[in-house]
Write a protein that binds this ligand. Structure first.
Ligand code: 5AD
Ligand code: SF4
Length: 439
């Protein structure tokens, strides 16, 4: 008996969650279900959740409240990080939720659905240990130009504010061979850009020295695959990035010169309280080295403002570092206490919302102005763009240069998936606008 015909997965949060949704979608298609365009038509709805900050969780619970009142007949499942953080409490709180499935049980999805359908019960599967079956699991890719490949799962760093080690478990590096196999498979499917994903890609292989393969080895190997045009990766941890890796980025023609390299804070006292494992001076030394070794490298960051006890002076140390480093991309967050984390247990969330807002605004203002000026410097240059899709307005194509700046230009959709030289003529917001170069 199979009463489910259609499914819809709503994904919240990071690229790791996007990939997990693609893994679930491929199993549902193997089961014979068809993906719906929107959640109202689907027999099965899965919410793949994020719990990195409180706002993400509140949005989900608001949505669940509405949906569980409206959609009485449908099967509703919750997956992802919130499930790991809240477990059975979700089933207690939302009576129309039929199952919850954790980040380490993704390939159990069809067994869970079988049981629910046969026995008419509610189920919870939330193992804390990495599921080895994911080693060879291929996902249903949403995009036919770019695909993510997970190289490590989980995290061992225990930054004191971060819930990831609790929601995704300890770090586990996938085998070198299965990663290369998956990249070859994706190349055969026509994929041009691979994004290697891990909470901390730089520590790939350090949980299993017997393998004797590290992140730079992976880059050199994937770079050899004919047909793959670009290789990206994230996230890099400032305490773990190696000189070998910097040279691999420089040497490998397809590896993009963009490094997401979260500073988080510019005060050494706060960095210590965050358990980041580096000082500002050590961070700056690595940035200098990145800029020395990798031509025209683009550097991205995450920053948290309003970490417990952060003084005005300490915030200004972050601000000055942010200004000095001159980041090419930045995500700025207000500290949000997360249950189970050391910061939640040890420190009071003592910085008011108003002060957090002010600090965030100050950084954002600088960032927005600075990025505008930085982008203007591209006018008159030619950028190599991998064309990803039509832009929203359809008259334009969109893509990115190797550094990760977004570029739009007029062109035929037959160019999607190719690399084009684009002469940059102007900028708008955070986008470069140009024309194809025919010379
Ligand atoms: N509060 C605010 N920001 C957080 N991040 C992680 N946990 C928290 C938290 N509790 C941010 C960090 C991380 C990014 C993915 O999310 O900056 O690098
Ligand atoms: Fe969270 Fe720190 Fe691990 Fe990143 S490195 S996932 S911020 S614990």
């Amino acid at each position: 008996m199979n009463s489910l015909n259609t499914f819809f997965i709503r994904t919240y949060g990071c690229q790791m969650n996007e990939l997990d949704s693609e893994i679930m979608a491929s199993q549902l298609e193997q089961r014979g279900l068809v993906e719906s365009e929107n959640e109202n038509d689907a027999d099965l709805i899965i919410f793949n959740t994020c719990s990195i900050r409180d706002l993400a969780e509140r949005k989900l619970f608001g949505k669940l409240g509405i949906i569980s009142r409206k959609k009485k007949k449908k099967i509703i499942g919750i997956a992802g990080c919130t499930v790991m953080a809240k477990k059975e409490k979700i089933l207690d709180k939302f009576e129309n939720v039929n199952f919850i499935i954790g980040t380490n049980n993704l390939t159990d999805l069809n067994n869970v659905l079988d049981e629910i359908e046969e026995k008419n019960i509610r189920l919870s599967k939330t193992d804390t240990k990495y599921e080895k079956k994911l080693e060879t699991y291929f996902a249903k890719r949403k995009n036919n130009i770019k695909a993510s490949v997970s190289i490590t799962r989980g995290c061992n760093n225990f930054c004191t504010y971060c819930v990831v080690p609790y929601t995704r478990g300890r770090e586990y590096s996938r085998s070198f061979e299965t990663i290369i196999d998956e990249c070859n498979y994706l190349k055969d499917q026509g994929i041009k850009e691979i994004m290697l994903l891990g909470q901390n890609v730089d520590s790939y292989g350090t949980d299993n020295h017997k393998m004797n393969k590290y992140f730079h080895d992976l880059l050199y190997e994937i770079d050899k695959i004919n047909g793959i045009e670009r290789i990206r990766f994230m996230t890099s941890h400032p305490k773990d990035i190696t000189t070998d890796l910097m040279y691999a980025i420089k040497d490998c023609k397809k590896v993009c010169n963009f490094v997401h390299f979260p500073l988080q804070a510019g005060s050494n006292r706060i960095l210590k309280k965050m358990n980041r494992g580096y000082t500002l001076e050590e961070y700056l030394e690595k940035v200098n080295k990145l800029r020395e070794i990798i031509p025209n490298v683009s550097i991205g960051t995450d920053i948290i403002v309003g970490f417990p006890t952060e003084t005005d002076d300490e915030f200004m140390q972050t601000y000055k570092a942010f200004e000095q480093i001159d980041f090419d991309l930045a995500f700025i967050f207000e500290y949000s206490p997360r249950k189970n984390t050391a910061a939640y247990k040890l420190y009071k969330d003592d910085i008011s919302i108003e002060v957090k807002d002010q600090r965030m605004k100050k950084l954002m203002n600088f960032y927005n102005c600075n990025i505008k000026d930085k982008l203007k410097k591209f006018i008159g240059t030619t950028q190599e763009v991998l064309v990803e899709n039509l832009n929203k307005d359809k008259n334009f194509l969109k893509g990115r240069n190797k550094r990760y700046e977004k570029v739009i230009f007029k062109g035929n959709k037959s160019l999607i998936g190719t690399i084009q030289n684009v002469n940059i003529k102007e900028t708008k917001h955070q986008t470069l606008i140009g024309e194809i170069s025919f010379s």
